[in-house]
Design a protein around this ligand. Structure first.
Ligand code: NAD
Ligand code: KPL
Length: 303
């Protein structure tokens, strides 16, 4: 069955290249005629792994094609996911399965609410890739992708196709715990790296600040019935900082490159839940405020 991939950015390229070289049919969906023309001009996607560039001249199309979609990987940023899915909704068969690869939380539930007929799976990934240029992507870090279903349905049979394509995926019966955990890690690390303009590793000089933020995030996770996601959070934050010490966080990279961040799906999602639960998180609120000032000073959207 064909894998339709919505978006042709970093993770889209990483998935498309591995599926295609395993002989699985892949079609990219580009957002408008200009992007499709640019893609055709480029002659396909390029994925660079261990310094080796390989070319993938994959089929690509616009959202308004007629071919029905059975399996869709949504590989856009969280703030683009709803509109991107809406652009292909008329093509989704009633049995279509939608894989939502966004960071943070909020966009997945919004897309799932948009598609009450179809099965929406939520993904959480620690793989790393970045765009060196349009349609040219570097595989930057091995990782793992967790997939799950909020409705607790069975694991899909096509997981075997992902394994055959050497896409490291694991089915989980509690994807929300995975997503909340990743959200908490990103809330503790990413905004601070922007405010301090530093590599992840430099945050080790700010252990007290990290401790205070982790304590608030643990309180939030527990209040949201996500106690498992709260376990040893601070230890894991320190472990991730050490393991990625020479890297800039994704939010730091977004700001440095003048791109919109996914803050609405990270800190804003956390603070909205806290407000609804009457939970006071003064340090996270202050962090959000300072980040907002920085985004505005840099001419970027504060959401
Ligand atoms: P990206 O910016 O590299 O790619 C997103 C692509 O979506 C772009 O090519 C954009 O043109 C396209 N797009 C936007 N709207 C569209 C539309 N309406 N129709 C078709 N295409 C559309 O983003 P990415 O780095 O691949 O990240 C995707 C998601 O995965 C994000 O939520 C990110 O946080 C998450 N993530 C990324 C990484 C990583 O290493 N890159 C790791 C883990 C999670
Ligand atoms: O996921 C990350 C990111 O940069 O977005 C890590 C490595 C956890 C840092 O927050």
């Amino acid at each position: 069955m064909t894998w339709h991939i919505l978006g042709a950015g970093s993770l889209a390229t990483l998935w498309a290249a591995r599926l295609a070289r395993n002989g699985q049919p892949v079609r990219l969906i580009l957002r408008n005629p200009a992007r499709l023309a640019a893609y055709r001009q480029a002659g396909g996607l390029i994925l660079i792994e261990d310094g080796q560039a390989q070319h993938y001249p994959l089929a690509a199309e616009l959202p308004a094609e007629h071919l029905p979609i059975e399996r869709l990987l949504v590989a856009c940023k969280a703030y683009d996911a709803e509109a991107a899915v809406a652009s292909v909704t008329p093509r989704l068969s009633s049995s279509a399965q939608i894989l939502l690869l966004q960071n943070g939380l909020g966009s997945q539930q919004a897309v799932a609410a948009q598609l009450p007929q179809q099965r929406c799976l939520f993904l959480s990934s620690t793989e790393g890739a970045y765009r060196e240029a349009d349609f040219r992507v570097v595989f930057a870090g091995c990782g793992q992708t967790w997939l799950g279903d909020r409705q607790n349905g069975p694991a899909p049979a096509w997981l075997a196709e992902l394994a055959a394509a050497k896409i490291p995926c694991c089915w989980t019966t509690d994807i929300m715990a995975r997503l909340w955990r990743k959200l908490a890690l990103n809330c503790a690390i990413n905004p601070l790296t922007v405010l301090l303009d530093c590599h992840n590793g430099d945050l080790l000089q700010h252990r007290n600040t990290l401790s205070v933020l982790c304590a608030e995030l643990i309180g939030l996770l527990r209040t949201c019935n996500q106690s498992e996601a709260a376990e040893n959070l601070e230890e894991e934050v320190l472990r991730v900082i050490q393991a990625t010490s020479g890297n800039y966080s994704s939010m730091h990279q977004d700001v440095a490159n003048g791109r919109r961040t996914e803050i609405a799906y990270l800190l804003d999602y956390a603070l909205t839940h806290a407000r609804q639960l009457d939970l006071h998180l003064p340090h996270l609120k202050e962090l959000r405020h300072r980040l907002g000032e920085r985004l505005i000073a840099n001419g970027l959207p504060n959401n």
